[in-house]
Design a protein around this ligand. Structure first.
Ligand code: GTP
Ligand code: MG
Length: 203
């Protein structure tokens, strides 16, 4: 699939105010600074459709982008950002969790993790929470350009091995680099196949 049209629709903190269009939706979630917004820009071929920053905590709202007029891509605030005050963090957590629990159009989420790091407790726990709530997700290993390919492969293998200690089966996973524009086609191919699979549910 090629993205030929991408448009920002709305930002908010309230799942009930998200767009009503009955079209499939995909969300990017993960720690602050992992590269969620950058990946949206990379796959849409836009430089600043989603706002990015080298300082964590840039995205603070639920942002809907309509793609090719027939599906949504959602950029969410990152979790695990220590500089945000405790009360703000709790508000974030509440509306993000409500989004995942209530958004009917959400067909698959992607948990982004930095390919340089071993599994972080907060990511593992978030994946656990998604699993417990029956929310389908895939994993995206980001910033692959920051590692040599041998180290990258080693990290991904050990990440998977760690997950297999708690998961019977691994979720689908992708390796991306927004800086080098890598991994976008595979991700879009997957989204395209899910769009086909769920088509009948959105009639
Ligand atoms: P929050 O909105 O704060 O949760 O962060 P985010 O996950 O949306 O991260 P964002 O896309 O804003 O990127 C954070 C920083 O990482 C920016 O400085 C990006 O340029 C950088 N970055 C993102 N993706 C990549 C990548 O693939 N490679 C490299 N080298 N840097 C990246
Ligand atoms: Mg962001």
């Amino acid at each position: 699939m090629k993205i030929t049209k991408s448009e920002f629709v709305i930002s908010n903190t309230d799942v009930s105010k998200c767009p009503k269009d009955a079209i499939p939706e995909y969300a990017f979630i993960g720690r602050s600074n992992v590269g969620k917004s950058s990946l949206i820009n990379m796959i849409t071929g836009r430089t600043s459709l989603a706002k990015t920053s080298s300082t964590p905590g840039k995205t603070q709202l639920i942002n809907h982008f309509k793609i090719n007029d027939n599906w949504f891509l959602v950029d969410l605030p990152g979790y695990g950002y220590a500089q945000v005050s405790k009360s703000k963090r709790q508000t974030f957590q509440k509306f993000i969790k409500d989004y995942f629990l209530q958004r009917e159009q959400l067909v698959c989420s992607f948990v982004l993790v930095d390919s340089r790091h071993a599994p972080q407790k907060i990511d593992v726990e978030f994946m656990q929470w998604l699993g417990e709530n029956g929310i389908p997700f895939g994993i995206i290993f980001t910033k692959a350009d920051k590692l040599k390919s041998s180290q990258l492969n080693k990290n991904i293998q050990s990440y998977k091995k760690e997950l297999l200690k708690t998961w019977e089966e691994l979720p689908i996973n992708f390796v991306t680099s927004s800086a080098h524009k890598k991994g976008g086609e595979e991700l879009l191919q997957f989204i395209d196949s899910v769009n086909q699979d769920v088509k009948d549910n959105f009639k």
